[in-house]
Write a protein that binds this ligand. Structure first.
Ligand SMILES: [Cu+2]
Length: 194
C-alpha cells in the first residue's frame, strides 16, 4: 500500500517544519519509507580498502538505511551526523543503494551548498549516482567512482529536490594530511578503513 507520490511530497515539503525526532501530527497515515530494520550501523559495513588497487577506498552508501530523519538518511545518518575523510588523490568507488520506494540519490557537493533546494553538478567528475535530480529506487545498487583530487569540506548529499535541505546529507572531507580513509559516526572516534 505504498503511495510513493504522496510520500515524496510529504518528505519534500513537510519535514522542515518539524524538529528531528518529533513525529509530525499527521504522520500516522504515512508509512515511514524504510525496509531495513537494522538500527545499529557499523562503520566497517560502509568503508573498506580495495586490496587489489592502491589508494582506492570502497564506500557503501545506503539511502533510507533506517527510519532516522524520516528515512532521509545515508547509512542511518543525516544532517552531517556521519563523516567520511578521504586522503587527497585517492580513488573513491561508491556503491549506492536505496532501501526506500521514495527516490533518492547521492552526489558529492561542496559542504556549503547542502541547504540548496536543487543541487547542481557533482563537485568531482563522476561523483554522483545516475540522474541525481530524479533519484533512483531499489536495492540493485549502482556504482560510481571519482578521484578525490582537491582537499576541502564536501558532503554526500541527496540530489532529489529539497531532500538535502531537509537533512539528507552526510559529511565528506578530502584531507591533505590524513593517510588513511576513515568514517566517523557522530562524535565518535574515526574508524580507519581496513
Ligand atoms: Cu533523498
Amino acid at each position: 500500500m505504498h503511495r510513493p507520490f504522496s510520500i515524496a511530497l510529504f518528505l519534500a515539503f513537510s519535514i522542515c517544519a518539524h524538529a528531528e525526532g518529533t513525529p509530525p501530527a499527521d504522520h500516522g497515515s504515512h508509512p515511514v519509507p524504510t525496509v531495513n530494520k537494522a538500527v545499529d550501523p557499523k562503520e566497517d559495513q560502509f568503508i573498506s580498502l580495495d586490496p587489489s588497487n592502491p589508494k582506492t577506498v570502497k564506500v557503501v552508501i545506503i539511502a533510507s538505511y533506517n527510519a532516522a530523519n524520516y528515512g532521509m538518511n545515508f547509512n542511518g545518518f543525516a544532517k552531517g551526523g556521519a563523516k567520511y575523510v578521504i586522503p587527497l588523490g585517492w580513488n573513491v568507488v561508491v556503491n549506492f543503494t536505496n532501501n526506500s520506494p521514495v527516490p533518492h540519490s547521492a552526489i558529492v557537493v561542496e559542504r556549503t551548498t547542502v541547504k540548496k533546494i536543487q543541487m547542481g553538478d557533482p563537485y568531482f567528475k563522476g561523483a554522483s549516482s545516475p540522474s541525481p535530480l530524479r533519484g533512483t529506487t531499489g536495492k540493485a545498487g549502482v556504482e560510481f567512482r571519482f578521484i578525490a583530487e582537491e582537499a576541502g569540506e564536501y558532503a554526500i548529499a541527496c540530489g532529489f529536490p529539497a531532500h538535502s535541505a531537509n537533512g539528507h546529507w552526510i559529511g565528506f572531507e578530502v584531507s591533505a594530511t590524513d593517510e588513511k580513509p576513515s568514517l566517523r559516526f557522530g562524535a565518535g572516534a574515526p574508524f580507519l578503513a581496513k
